[in-house]
Write a protein that binds this ligand. Sequence first.
Ligand code: SF4
Ligand code: SF4
Length: 235
Amino acid sequence: MCSGRIDLAFVLRAFSNGMDGVFIGGCRLNECNYITQGNYDALNMVLLCRRIMEHIGLNPERLRIEFMSSGEGILLTEVINDFGKKVKELGPLGKGEEIQEEELKSKLEEVTKLVPYIKIVEREKLASRLENEEEYDGLFTSEEVDKLFTEVVSYHIDPDKCQACMICFRKCPAEAIIGGKNKIHVIDQEKCIKCGTCLEACPPRFGAVKEISGEPVPPPIPEEERTIVRKSKEK
Ligand code: SF4
Ligand code: SF4
């Protein structure tokens, strides 16, 4: 119903499924039917996605957004014809950019996995409403998006500090924390969407959750070493 509903993950999924181009049509800016002005959200998302496409070596012209009213059938036809022509010129996805199929698949998978993280880091810009096209040109820069991927953060629970209070386990939105009563908690890095909730939730007196960037995440402690033996029970 609204272009604002189109998520970054939807566009990446289309490319992962082999689409050579993605076109998004939205209502004219400032003519949104909803107070949310969702077409601005769609525009911001497209601008970010185009930078991400550049980052992984895809031609950003494979993704286009245009705004028009439902009465502008001729304009829609012209725009779609033009976009179709452009996509044909670019050739099949990946081949046109000389990226091997497997490499492209793994790059798209990697980016898709980071979508929640990207949306959290870029949430303020994704919600912005700028005044003119020039401002939109610089909303997301290549350097910024490259940095987003090189400085990606991970979260780790320090086994020496975790008190198994289970707060992070209950709050994790991705069920990525392996918990248990009196068990040192462990983050499943494959499931973690890097939202940072566990870092905020872990009580400061424990301070067990660490944010890691630019270095490998320590391996999880073995299952047999996860049980916490409380001092009162040792006696
Ligand atoms: S950052 Fe923490 S709370 Fe967020 S998904 Fe990862 S483990 Fe769960
Ligand atoms: S909130 Fe902190 S202390 Fe509590 S289980 Fe999670 S990591 Fe351990």
